[in-house]
Design a protein around this ligand. Structure first.
Ligand SMILES: CC(C)(COP(=O)(O)OP(=O)(O)OC[C@H]1O[C@@H](n2cnc3c(N)ncnc32)[C@H](O)[C@@H]1OP(=O)(O)O)[C@@H](O)C(=O)NCCC(=O)NCCS
Length: 179
């Protein structure tokens, strides 16, 4: 099975895959980011604890082995700054990018650089012809990321795949870029 590299970079941003030993780091980053994530990420609740972080990093390792998702820690300079990943959860031949950024690092192009690195890595994989980014239509900051990277807005549709987050309109915008 073809997989992207375990480390990627774009501009000032580096990505490295999450490892099983990263649960404490994951917990710290999520806890510090919770107020900022809660409106848009259904899993970002006040109950987020070490067990949730351990579950996340273990799933990252299992998904990487299965080829179903490739999840990375984002580093800006040398500082942990968020998370981003490629997910095999759209049609065959496509991968979907997800991302979030620690509030101390937002507004500096971190999500855009991470998504640029993931887009390039995804489109270099044999069998991958397109990459998508989905976000709630009210999440304007998230929507700037695919727009800045030259993705095309292809659809606006009800969001039925995941639990809803507090600020969701429950309508997603879908952006796509093709090899
Ligand atoms: C969305 C998010 C990932 C953006 O991260 P970031 O590193 O700040 O993103 P970038 O700096 O690459 O780009 C952000 C863009 O959004 C714009 N922006 C920020 N807040 C905004 C707002 N409230 N309304 C409109 N645009 C906004 C910025 O100006 C920038 O656009 P510009 O370069 O054209 O000026 C980050 O805010 C985040 O983690 N949010 C919470 C979790 C989340 O929503 N994840 C995405 C789920 S689909």
């Amino acid at each position: 099975m073809d997989r992207p590299a375990e480390q990627l970079s774009s501009g000032q941003v580096a990505l490295r895959r999450w490892l099983a030993a990263d649960a404490d780091l994951c917990l710290r980053l999520v806890t510090e980011s919770l107020d900022h994530l809660r409106p848009w990420m259904p899993w970002a609740t006040s109950g987020y604890d070490l067990a949730a972080a351990q579950d996340f990093v273990q799933r990252c390792v299992a998904d990487w082995a299965a080829g179903t998702a490739f999840n990375y820690l984002i580093l800006s300079g040398d500082e942990p700054a968020g998370a981003a990943g490629l997910h095999a959860r759209i049609d065959p031949g496509g991968l979907e990018i997800g991302y979030w950024v620690h509030p101390a690092h937002t507004g500096h192009g971190v999500a855009t650089a991470a998504a640029a690195a993931l887009t390039e890595a995804a489109l270099a994989l044999p069998g991958i012809s397109h990459v998508e980014i989905h976000h709630d239509q009210l999440n304007l900051a998230s929507g700037r990321v695919p727009a800045k990277l030259g993705y095309t807005h292809v659809e606006t549709r009800p969001q039925t795949r995941f639990d809803h987050a507090p600020a969701d309109s429950r309508v997603s915008k879908v952006w796509r870029i093709t090899r």
